[in-house]
Every structure is written in structure tokens, then in C-alpha cells.
Design a protein around this ligand. Sequence first.
Ligand code: FES
Length: 131
Amino acid sequence: SIRAYHEKVIDHYENPRNVGTLDKKSKTVGTGLVGAPACGDVMRLQIEVGDDGKIVDAKFKTFGCGSAIASSSLATEWIKGKSVGEAATIKNTHIAKELSLPPVKLHCSMLAEDAIKAAIKDYAVKQESLE
Ligand code: FES
């Protein structure tokens, strides 16, 4: 039941932060699209990186469970203002702890960690192709 969920999950689920889309074609935008084989849920997370290497914007769209939506919402809040390197150190365990996710929902937070990493990788590949 929904009552089994921590209030922070419900808050992010009901008022998700940073839902939306950034221009995938932009050289300053990195897009991560990941799926969880266990449940079929899908998460897209995008970052926009400024000249100083800091993440100036982040957006997500998650087609999945409430915990995955909350995890991606929290992830976008956390990575905004961080450098790409700092964002890469965010672990699913940090997200799961903040949201008090139960063990069966750990893979939902893993999706957010994977999505951050995939977005950073996409951004990095674009930068290499500019050199
Ligand atoms: Fe699979 Fe949450 S149940 S992402």
C-alpha cells in the first residue's frame, strides 16, 4: 500500500521536480536512457552543462513506479549545481537512504544512478567529438 512509502517518496512522486526534456541534439546536453530489466521501467535523465563544467539544468521523464519517479526527481535536484565529476559520485545507496526505500525498491534508485552515469557519458562523448 502507499502507506508503506516514506513521506519523501510521496512528496517527490506527487510533486516531481524537473520533469521535462532538454534538447537532445545540443552539444551541451547529455542524455541518459536506462531501463530496469526486472520490471521494465524506463528512465530518461538529461543534464545541461555550462562552460564551467557545472550542471546548470537537469530534467527527467520516468515511465515507472513511484520509487523510480521519486529517485529521478531527487537525482535531478542533487546534480544541479554540481560539477560533472561530483555528480558521477552519486550512488543509488545515497538516494535509497534519503528516500528510505525498502530493499525491494533498491533497483529503482539504481535506475537513477545508472541514468546519471549514462547522461554524463553521453555528454562526454559529445565533447570528445568536438575536439
Ligand atoms: Fe522497477 Fe521501481 S519497480 S523501477
